[in-house]
Design a protein around this ligand. Structure first.
Ligand SMILES: Cc1cc2nc3c(=O)[nH]c(=O)nc-3n(C[C@H](O)[C@H](O)[C@H](O)COP(=O)(O)OP(=O)(O)OC[C@H]3O[C@@H](n4cnc5c(N)ncnc54)[C@H](O)[C@@H]3O)c2cc1C
Length: 297
């Protein structure tokens, strides 16, 4: 039996063929995934990854697609989206969130249970899995600050990592770019008045609104190099508003690229390369991408 037949017969997951990835990414660009599946259980996830490995079909796990640029040529394998694996619950005195849970759902849960510690992440449109892998953060706080353990699935086995073993650093963890899927994370939070948690959420959302442009983007395109702000360098280089095809450097925040309805992944990629080249020529600083590429560029 081939991969496609086994996929349809055994996985019970919702499988789509030749699925346009622009539907599943915040940038709204990119070609088609040969196979696309949304899973809502660990069982389903394990079945799909095992099957892909057995048939030597490439696979990639995504969350909310808010930090990925998918090639216009698409992806010659299976993209597995975890958004439906989204429970948030108590495990003893910790909060545990499954990888597909939206960060805002997790933060609402902490608000309802009068717990503080994650509010700075409010408004980041990520899933818990994507945020753990990227060690997402804002306003001096990172998701790793409150993590105790991360649970993964790899080669059919569940593994639990203590925080110290996750190798968290700036927008990075040991899981980034690896064939190990983050399936849940546990958080140790402090008790707090509900109003105080609510006020924190409002405060951070307001701050976000003041700096972040609206429109389709992947958030910050580049990591901040040591001692510099990528956005400030791009601004100083006069690149705000610079446009290539349907991709444009935001006038509001130099580290954001906005896409319009004509944009292609190649436009975004070419703009990223142009910015890197300009910043190196002008300041001698090498920018590196925070956004993750999927497929061939
Ligand atoms: C408007 C906007 C604002 C943003 N603001 C911020 C911000 O303030 N701070 C910040 O840090 N980021 C920000 N981002 C970027 C983005 O939201 C984060 O990087 C986030 O962590 C990505 O989560 P995701 O679920 O969308 O992951 P995806 O984009 O789906 O995936 C990102 C990477 O993680 C991998 N991955 C995803 N889930 C898993 C999993 N369960 N197991 C293994 N690998 C996985 C993917 O393969 C990919 O390599 C913003 C983005 C947007 C669009």
């Amino acid at each position: 039996m081939g991969f496609k037949d086994e996929l349809l017969e055994f996985t019970h997951a919702k499988i789509r063929f030749n699925e346009p990835m622009k539907r599943h990414t915040a940038l709204g660009v990119g070609g088609k995934a040969k196979y696309f599946a949304e899973v809502d259980s660990l069982y389903g996830l394990n079945l799909l990854t095992t099957l892909a490995q057995k048939h030597r079909v490439k696979y990639k796990v995504i969350g909310n697609g808010t930090n990925v640029l998918v090639s216009d040529n698409g992806y010659e394998g299976i993209i597995i989206c975890l958004k439906k694996l989204s429970d948030v619950f108590f495990k003893r005195d910790e909060v545990r969130a499954m990888a597909g849970a939206n960060l805002d759902k997790l933060i609402k849960f902490t608000l309802d249970h009068r717990l503080t510690g994650l509010e700075a992440l409010s408004g980041i449109p990520a899933t818990v899995g994507g945020a753990v892998v990227m060690n997402a953060g804002a306003f001096g706080h990172n998701i790793s600050d409150r993590i105790t353990t991360v649970e993964t699935l790899c080669g059919g086995k569940i593994k639990i990592y203590d925080k110290e073993d996750c190798k968290f650093s700036y927008r990075k963890s040991r899981f980034l770019g690896k064939k190990e899927t983050v399936v849940s994370a546990s958080f140790k939070l402090d008790g707090c008045e509900r109003d105080a948690v609510m006020n924190n959420i409002k405060k951070y959302r307001e701050r976000r609104k003041n700096v972040q442009p609206t429109g389709k983007s992947c958030g910050s395109v580049f990591k901040n190099p040591t001692k510099y702000s990528a956005g400030a360098l791009i601004d100083k280089a006069g690149l705000k508003g610079y446009t290539l095809g349907g991709a444009k450097v935001s006038e509001r925040h130099g580290n954001f690229i906005l896409t319009d309805s004509r944009a292609t992944a190649s436009d975004v990629y070419a703009l990223i390369q142009y910015i890197k080249e300009e910043i190196f020529n002008i300041f001698g600083v090498r920018l590196s991408e925070e956004v993750e590429y999927i497929g061939e560029f």
